[in-house]
Design a binder for this molecule. Structure first.
Ligand SMILES: *Cc1c(COP(=O)(O)O)cnc(C)c1O
Length: 399
């Protein structure tokens, strides 16, 4: 079967592993060795200068880590991928590879909190101009990109209000302006959305989230053309934000069930969003799968399913959140997302803890906003859990 014909779920199970198997093992080994020895000085030299395939030192390459990179590369449909110790390392190393003082980057206001800090705190002090547009305002992004920039950086859906940007349309304006188009696809996942196929140059993941899927390993990855990825790899091998081999193994293991998890998480999120819309105590439900979402049509065009992330605002703000969340039986109250367990948290404590209340208000994030990362549990149990938690809070509000 040619690679294009094989479906993504089959790739998630099999892709990228075969060449790393040893001794007839059916699973990729965890290679913890830091260094690789050579008796033949000429062979050592050829590997060291990149003429021959092989490994020299763990900061540069590692077989377990490469198997992970190969699997992501195949799932995202890129030519190459390189990995990092965390998602933030993937983002910061990628930006640092291409930006020099005097450059300009255009992005959106609603990027991940850490990414937003890079834009507002770290890039400006390196004399890099940053323009952050209203998320979802395509005309504004087009106008800013047309003025000239080195990078157009997007994230869709966004954290925590799941706003949607049209990747194909933005990739076109980016390319026309000679900018590199980078998309953080952490929320999209390679199962639901493939930015490279929509015209983006590079796709980034916090592998910590859906790719790993079990909240037990940190990692990041960037994927795209060989030429671009080699430049990023070079920056990373020198600066040292290397993925740990044990983390790579956990990612590989997690990714074998990626399509099953994401399918279930997407179905759960859809059902939970519809349920939340029926509750009087809920003021707003944010989910790209709902027809009430302002960019539902774009989401429908570029995503296969709408993903496991949603958020909602409750009447009574922070006080209600404080009462409601501890009542949930089947949810971790934590800053993580993308795991098999449902995870909930106030946006003010999780994704946007670095912002002031004023900054959050300006970004359209109510203080009573609750972010939900749907797990793979049976949806009936999750809805029943929210129902009993709402009942507690509603009866407390009445007295
Ligand atoms: C978590 C996250 C990151 C950062 O990843 P880490 O692995 O925590 O460094 C970047 N982007 C998005 C959208 C995220 O959710």
């Amino acid at each position: 079967m040619t690679n294009e014909k094989i479906k993504v779920g089959t790739k998630a199970v099999w892709a990228g592993e075969k060449e790393y198997l040893v001794h007839g093992a059916t699973q990729v080994p965890v290679v913890l060795s830091v260094a690789y020895g050579y008796d033949d000085m000429d062979e050592w030299y050829d590997v060291a200068i990149g003429k021959k395939k092989g490994h020299i030192y763990g900061r540069n390459t590692n077989p377990t880590v490469q198997a992970f990179e190969d699997k992501v590369k195949i799932l995202e449909g890129g030519e190459a991928a390189t990995s990092f110790s965390t998602g933030m390392a993937a983002i910061s190393n990628t930006l640092s590879t291409f930006l020099v003082p005097g450059d300009r980057i255009v992005s959106i206001k609603d990027t991940y909190g850490g990414t937003n800090k890079i834009f507002t705190e770290f890039l400006p002090r390196q004399q890099i101009k940053v323009t952050l547009c209203e998320t979802g305002n395509h005309e504004q992004i087009e106008a800013e990109v047309a003025k000239g920039c080195t990078i157009l950086y997007l994230e869709t859906p966004t954290n925590p209000t799941v706003k949607i940007t049209d990747i194909e349309r933005m990739a076109k304006v980016g390319r026309d302006a000679g900018a590199l188009v980078i998309v953080d696809n952490t929320f999209g996942t390679p199962i639901n959305q493939n930015p490279l196929a929509l015209g983006a140059d590079l796709v980034i993941h916090s592998a910590t989230k859906f790719l790993g899927g079990h909240a037990d390993a940190l990692g990041g990855v960037v994927c795209g053309s060989k030429e671009l990825v080699e430049k990023i790899y070079h920056f990373r091998e020198i600066n040292g934000a290397t993925m740990d081999p044990m983390a790579a193994y956990l990612m590989l293991r997690g990714m074998k069930t990626l399509h099953l998890r994401v399918r279930q998480q997407s179905e759960n999120a859809m059902a939970l969003a519809k349920y939340l819309q029926t509750k009087e105590i809920v003021e707003g439900v944010y989910y790209p799968g709902l027809e009430t979402h302002p960019n539902h049509d774009i989401a429908k065009k570029q995503m296969k399913q709408f993903g496991g992330m949603l958020s909602f605002a409750v009447k009574g703000g922070v006080d209600t959140v404080r009462d409601l969340l501890p009542k949930l039986q089947f949810a971790n109250r934590a800053a993580n997302l993308g795991a098999v367990e449902t995870t909930v948290g106030p946006a003010r404590t999780t994704s946007h803890v670095e912002c002031t209340p004023e900054e959050r208000a300006a970004m359209g994030i109510p203080e009573g906003l609750i972010r939900i990362s749907c797990g793979i549990e049976e949806i009936e149990d999750i809805i029943a859990d929210f129902e009993q938690a709402f009942n507690h809070v509603e009866s407390a509000l009445k007295v």
